[in-house]
Design a protein around this ligand. Structure first.
Ligand code: BGP
Length: 468
């Protein structure tokens, strides 16, 4: 039996653009997601098109009360969502915020508190205002820091008494792989120079540190974290050359955590920049700003991958955003994401050894095709034993990491209610404990149904992990 700490923050996670819908309501501007009907692999469109599932999402904008009630029924202590930047600043560069957008999140956070649930808010989750992408080229442009600063000041001030836990950027390292989705960078990836890409990274890192500073000034009690896409890398063979590849791959991800926790650029990146002829432009204040380090480190975990020095085998796998070489010892999901519960224990230990900061697992889960059935009592449900198995196996490893002495604040499963996938923009890739009746052709009643995993998670939470 595993012992989870008292006050462990059990819950679930979503992002505004993948569930809210209402893409043009109450003054919202367009976000980059409104022109990404096919996710990261497809081309962006000029303007929103009807086949874009995110325009309606799961209609969370209108149904959040019903959904939060269901989360409360499972016993959630925390609910992670994001604020859609373009609801607050429709174009992104306005001087004054949109009051209706602010009011929506006031109501949403009040609703969470009604059930004793803490909101955990991602400030920017793959939803840069489209205008900022098209007119400024997103984070390549230093002016973004000022727009982001105005946005964070507005929301930190407004929700000072409602939100304690904040994340500055979702999976900040993913900008290296999906520059439009993650960084609002309009230059097509194939034309984007490494110089511009890493300058954009620098701007985001400065903006993140600035947000941490401002957040603490406005509310000294606030807990502000970074959020990293974690994907532990194993050597494909025991060869030292493969191990060096592992080190290089891991550096590319640790870079982001290192700056957030240590407040400065690591030596290995300086070497990388030198060897790739990249010159990061620092304004005189940047070094000081970067010293505003985070209170905790959060991350998503879905899978691990392998690295090899063998050029032939280096071809990228069809994995998560980061790709990677497949591990021949692991099974995979229907979308080719390799399933590796022990990798979660490993990554928790690695982060904790390196940073000695509290950790928060803010995404983990299985995307699967679910079949809605009618049970013996006449209720619609999904018998998702595969999801229960996946989550149980991962939580057992969280229990192991706790025994290893790792300090863990909480765990929020990804897509606690079915929502639109970030990578493929489909709804049939479902993660939820709650089934949403909506299909990729736009049909469906949007009704919600409790899956078998709903009751499983409820027991896990009420026993504080003892049922695992
Ligand atoms: C992460 C993103 C989420 C989420 C999740 C699952 O990379 O932070 O937004 O969607 O992955 O990915 P997908 O939706 O592609 O299955």
């Amino acid at each position: 039996m595993y012992k989870f700490p008292e006050g462990f923050l059990w819950g679930g996670a979503v992002a505004a653009n993948q569930c809210e819908g209402a893409y043009r309501e109450d003054g919202k501007g367009l976000s980059i997601q409104d022109v990404m009907p096919k996710g990261i692999r497809g081309k962006r469109t000029e303007s929103p098109t009807e086949d874009n599932m995110k325009l309606v999402g799961i209609d969370f904008y209108h149904r959040y009360k019903e959904d939060i009630k269901l989360f409360a029924e499972m016993g959630f202590k925390v609910f992670r969502t994001s604020i859609a930047w373009s609801r607050i600043f429709p174009n992104g560069d306005e001087k004054e915020p949109n009051e209706k957008g602010l009011a929506f999140y006031d109501d949403l956070f009040d609703e969470c508190h009604k059930y004793g649930m803490e909101p955990l808010v991602t400030i920017s989750h793959y939803e840069t205002p489209l205008y900022l992408a098209e007119h400024y080229n997103g984070w390549v442009n230093r002016e973004m820091i000022g727009f982001y600063e105005r946005y964070v000041r507005t929301i930190f001030t407004r929700y000072k008494n409602k939100v304690k836990y904040w994340l500055t950027f979702n999976e900040i390292n993913s900008v290296l792989h999906a520059p439009f989705m993650s960084g609002g960078i309009n230059t097509p990836k194939e034309n984007l120079s490494e110089q511009d890409l890493y300058q954009a990274v620098h701007h985001e890192l400065v903006a993140s540190a600035l947000a941490t500073k401002i957040g603490h000034e406005i509310n000294p009690e606030a807990k502000i974290g970074c959020m990293i896409l974690s994907m532990p890398t194993y050597p494909l063979t025991p060869s030292p050359d493969d191990m060096i590849e592992v080190m290089k791959e891991e550096h590319m991800n640790y870079f982001f955590g290192d700056v957030h926790v240590r407040g400065r650029y690591p030596g290995y990146m300086k070497r990388y920049f030198k060897e790739h002829n990249i010159k990061i432009h620092f304004e005189p204040e940047d070094e000081e700003i970067l010293k505003n380090t985070v209170d905790f480190v959060s991350f998503s975990y879905y899978m691990s991958c392998c690295a090899t020095a063998d050029k032939e085998k280096q071809k990228k796998g069809n994995g998560n955003l980061l790709g990677g070489v497949k591990n021949p010892t692991l099974k995979e999901s229907a979308w080719g994401w390799q399933i590796d519960p022990k990798g979660l224990r490993y990554v928790l230990n690695m982060f904790y050894d390196r940073y000695q900061k509290p950790l928060f697992i803010v995404e983990n889960g299985l995307g699967a095709v679910d079949t809605l059935i009618v049970d013996e009592n006449g209720n619609k449900t999904v018998e998702d034993d595969y999801r229960i198995q996946y989550l149980n196996d991962h939580l057992v490893q969280v229990g192991e990491a706790l025994l290893d002495g790792v300090e863990i604040m909480g765990y929020t499963t990804w897509g606690c209610i079915d929502l639109v996938s970030a990578s493929t923009a489909e709804l049939k890739k479902r993660y939820g404990f709650i089934y949403v009746d909506r299909n990729d052709d736009g049909s469906g009643t949007l009704e919600r149904y409790r899956k078998k995993s709903f009751y499983w998670y409820k027991d896990v939470i009420s026993s504080n992990g003892k049922t695992l």
